[in-house]
Design a binder for this molecule. Structure first.
Ligand code: IVH
Length: 669
C-alpha cells in the first residue's frame, strides 16, 4: 500500500471507530488499539505534510485561540416553535393543520424530544464540514466552527454509505451535555474555577470558549433534527431525513424518535416521555411534533417566526419534595429582607437544589410554611427554585412558626415596612449587606459583567474593607486581592484584567449597574441613548428624563433622587475620574418585531397589558391601540370583544400569548 492510501485508510478506520463509539455508543476497538492507529496517523501526517487535511480525525483536538467569534447570517432563518402547554393545545394544533390541508388528508407526525441544549447549524459542502454557527437570534448567530470541530459526535466529513450526500446542506440540531457527564465535570471543579448551574449553561459556556482546546476537553455531544438550505437533498419526509442523517454518520434522537399517525397517539407519547424524563440521559424540556411529509409542510408554510407544521409541547415543571430545614434572611441591595428557605438538598432537573426564595412575609403566610415542614419545590428551566406547597399531611407537630426579624440580621438596624409595600427593609444606607448587594449588582452579567467577580468574592472584598464604594473596585491592588482566602496569583491577575476591561463597557450597562430603583435594563438603555454620557446624568432634570420615550415619572423621580444624594454623586464623579470610558451603542432599530404593529385585547394568560406592551417594544415592535388594515397582528386573550371581530373582518392575523413569546424567541417565565 502506498503511503497516501495508508493515510486515507487510517483516517477511515479512525472515523469508523469514532462513529461506533460516539454516535452508536458501541465501541469497536480498545482504547489501546485506537491510540495506536491515531498515533500512526499523526506521525505520517507530520512526516508528510503534503497529505495534511482539515477533515482528518487528528484535527479534532482544538486549534489556536480566536480573539472573537465572527457573526454569521443564517442563509435561511432558524425559526423557533410555537408552544403547546396542554393536551388541548396539541389537539388544536392538529385541528388547525387539518383545516388547512383538508379534513380528508392523512397526516402523520414525527415525535421527537425537545432537547434543552444550544441550537446549532452545521454546513457541509460536498460532505465536508465548512461552518458551524449557533442559532443566536434566529437570523444571525456566531461562527463557532473551531469549537464544533472538536465535538466527538460531529463528523468532519459525512459518511457516504446510504443516502446521496447533497452538494450543500445545513444540518440543524442541538449541542448538549449528558446529565452524567455534566455532574462528573462539575464535581471535579473547584469553587475557585466556578461550577456551572446546569447542563445547558455548561454547554453554552463550553461552546463559547475562544480557545477551542478548552472546548475539546469538554464532554459535549450533539443530535440533529432538521435542515436549513440544501442543494441536491433527496428526501421527502422527516422520517427519511432522520434516516439520511444516520447514514451520514450523524447522531439523531434515537430511541425516542417516532412517527405517529393520530393526535391521541401523540398526546399519549408525550405523557409517556414526560413520565420517563429522568431516564433520558440528557435534559429535555418537552417534545416536538412535526408534520412528517415535506409536501404537506410546504402547503402549511410558516408565519412570522414559527412554522405552522410544528409545535413544541412543554413538560410541566419538575417538582420534588424535601424538608425545609430553616428560613434565613438575606438582605438585598435595596435593603429588602428576603426570606430564603434552606432545604434538605434534593436533586431536581439535573441540579441539586438546596435553597429557594420565599419572596416575602406575605408569601410565607400564603403558603403557611413553618420550619421543619415537608414542602414541594419546583424549578422551571433556569429559574430559581420555588416552594409551591406545604405537605401539611406530613406534619408531626414539631414544626416551628416563622417570625420575620425586627432587626436587620446584617447590621442590627430596626427594619421598617412601608404602608403600601409587602417587603421589609433595612434603612441603614451603610449596611454591609446592602453594600455587598450593590457591588454584586454593579459587576453582574447584565451590568459591568466582570468575569470572576461572583457574589462570594464581592462579599470577601466588602468584608475586608477593600470595597466601600462602587468606584473602589477600580482601585483594587494586586497585593490586597491576592491576600484574600482562595485567591491565587492567576485568579488575581485575571480579575484585575477583567476589571480593567470593564472600564470600556457600554453606557446602558453602567446606568443599569448603578442600581437605581425603577431603572431596569430597558430604561437604562433609553436613558443612555438620550443622555449619551455618564456625566450628563449629573445634570439631568426630571423634565429632561420624562421627555425620553418610555421613561415614566417613577423612574425619572428615582434617577433625580439618586443623583441628588451626595454619596452617589461622589461615586459617579469618581468613576468618571477613574476613566470609566463607557460609550453608548447606536440605537438598535432591529429586533424580531421591527416594523410590526400590535393591538392587544382581552385577558392574556400570564402577561399584563403593560408587560405585553413592554415585551413588544423590547423586541422592536410597536403596540398601538386600535385595529386597522395596517395592523400586523392582534394579540388576543380571553374575553376579547369588538377588536377581535374587527381584526377578523379586516383579515388581520390573530395570535395568542404563546405565539408572541415564540416570535421574540423568549420563553414565558
Ligand atoms: S425543530 C422549524 N426539533 O427548540 C423547526 N427544535 O423553538 C426548528 N429544539 O431553537 C426547530 N429539540 O434549538 C426542533 N427536536 C427538535 C428540537 C428543537 C430542541 C430547540 C431548537 C429551537 C427550539 C425551538
Amino acid at each position: 500500500m502506498d503511503l497516501k492510501a495508508e493515510v486515507e485508510a487510517l483516517r477511515q478506520r479512525l472515523e469508523e471507530l469514532n462513529h461506533a463509539y460516539y454516535v452508536l455508543d458501541s465501541p469497536r476497538a480498545s482504547d489501546g488499539e485506537y491510540d495506536e492507529l491515531f498515533r500512526r496517523l499523526e506521525r505520517l501526517e507530520h512526516e508528510h505534510p503534503e497529505f495534511a487535511s482539515l477533515t482528518s480525525p487528528t484535527q479534532k483536538v482544538g486549534a489556536a485561540p480566536l480573539s472573537a467569534f465572527a457573526s454569521v447570517k443564517h442563509r435561511e432563518p432558524m425559526l423557533s416553535l410555537a408552544n403547546a402547554l396542554n393536551d388541548d393545545d396539541i389537539r388544536d394544533f392538529h385541528a388547525r393543520i387539518l383545516k388547512l390541508l383538508g379534513d380528508d388528508m392523512d397526516v402523520a407526525y414525527s415525535f421527537e424530544p425537545k432537547i434543552d441544549g444550544i441550537g446549532l447549524g452545521l454546513t457541509y459542502e460536498h460532505g465536508e464540514l465548512t461552518l458551524a454557527a449557533t442559532r443566536g437570534d434566529g437570523t444571525k448567530g456566531e461562527d463557532i466552527t473551531a469549537n464544533a470541530r472538536t465535538i466527538s459526535s460531529i463528523p468532519l466529513r459525512l459518511k457516504n454509505e446510504g443516502y446521496p450526500i447533497p452538494d450543500f446542506i445545513e444540518i440543524r440540531g442541538e449541542v448538549f451535555t449528558t446529565t452524567h457527564a455534566f455532574e462528573e465535570f462539575n464535581s471535579k471543579r473547584t469553587e475557585e474555577e466556578g461550577r456551572y448551574a446546569n447542563p445547558r449553561n455548561f454547554t453554552g459556556g463550553s461552546l463559547r470558549q475562544l480557545d477551542s482546546r478548552i472546548t475539546a476537553a469538554r464532554p459535549l455531544d450533539a443530535v440533529f433534527y432538521a435542515c436549513g438550505e440544501a442543494k441536491g437533498l433527496e428526501v421527502r419526509s422527516q422520517e427519511e431525513l432522520i434516516r439520511a442523517f444516520q447514514s451520514w454518520g450523524l447522531k439523531v434522537a434515537t430511541p425516542y424518535f417516532k412517527i405517529i399517525g393520530t393526535v391521541e397517539g401523540l398526546i399519549a407519547a408525550h405523557h409517556e416521555l414526560e413520565d420517563a424524563r429522568d431516564q433520558v440521559p440528557y435534559e429535555i424540556d418537552g417534545t416536538v411534533l412535526k408534520v412528517n411529509d415535506f409536501e404537506q409542510r410546504q402547503i402549511l408554510g410558516s408565519r412570522s417566526r414559527n412554522p405552522r407544521w410544528a409545535i413544541a409541547c412543554k413538560f410541566k415543571s419538575r417538582q420534588a419534595s424535601t424538608t425545609l430545614l430553616d428560613i434565613e434572611i438575606s438582605v438585598g441591595r435595596t435593603g429588602a429582607l428576603t426570606p430564603v428557605a434552606v432545604l434538605e438538598p434534593v436533586p431536581l432537573g439535573g441540579v441539586t437544589v438546596g435553597s429557594a426564595s420565599l419572596h416575602n412575609v406575605d408569601e410565607i403566610a400564603r403558603l403557611g410554611v413553618k420550619k421543619g415542614d415537608r414542602v414541594l419545590v419546583e424549578r422551571a428551566g433556569d429559574v430559581i427554585p420555588k416552594v409551591v406547597k406545604v405537605l401539611t399531611e406530613e406534619r408531626d407537630g414539631s414544626e416551628i412558626e416563622f417570625q420575620m426579624p425586627k432587626e436587620c440580621p446584617a447590621c442590627g438596624t430596626p427594619v421598617v415596612k412601608e404602608a403600601d409595600e409587602v417587603v421589609m427593609r433595612c434603612t441603614n444606607a451603610s449596611c454591609p449587606a446592602q453594600l455587598r448587594g450593590t457591588v454584586a449588582h454593579f459587576v453582574s452579567k447584565n451590568a459591568l459583567d466582570i468575569d470572576g467577580l461572583g457574589e462570594k468574592l464581592v462579599a470577601q472584598l466588602v468584608d475586608a474593607g477593600l470595597v466601600k464604594r462602587l468606584d473602589d473596585i477600580f482601585r483594587l491592588q494586586y497585593d490586597d486581592v491576592v491576600a484574600l482566602e482562595r485567591m491565587g496569583k492567576t485568579s488575581t491577575e485575571n480579575l484585575l484584567t477583567a476589571i480593567d476591561t470593564a472600564k470600556t463597557t457600554t453606557l446602558p450597562r453602567v446606568f443599569f449597574g448603578l442600581g437605581i430603583r425603577h431603572v431596569g435594563e430597558h430604561v437604562a438603555e433609553v436613558v443612555a441613548q438620550s443622555l449619551g454620557s455618564l456625566g450628563a446624568l449629573l445634570d439631568a432634570t426630571e423634565d429632561d428624563l420624562v421627555a425620553i420615550h418610555e421613561v415614566g415619572e417613577k423612574a425619572a423621580e428615582s434617577i433625580v433622587a439618586f443623583v441628588a444624594n451626595e454619596q452617589n454623586k461622589l461615586v459617579i464623579k469618581a468613576l468618571l475620574d477613574l476613566g470609566l470610558n463607557a460609550t453608548c451603542e447606536a440605537q438598535s432599530t432591529g429586533g424580531p418585531l421591527a416594523g410590526m404593529t400590535f393591538v392587544i385585547t382581552g385577558t392574556l394568560p400570564t402577561l399584563s397589558r403593560k408587560d405585553a406592551e413592554n415585551l413588544i417594544k423590547k423586541h422592536g415592535g410597536k403596540p398601538v391601540s386600535s385595529v386597522s388594515k395596517k395592523t400586523s397582528f392582534l394579540l388576543a386573550g380571553e374575553k376579547a370583544g369588538s377588536k377581535l371581530k374587527k381584526a377578523e373582518s379586516l383579515g388581520v392575523e390573530i395570535i395568542d400569548e404563546s405565539q408572541i413569546y415564540s416570535m421574540v424567541g423568549d420563553a414565558p417565565q
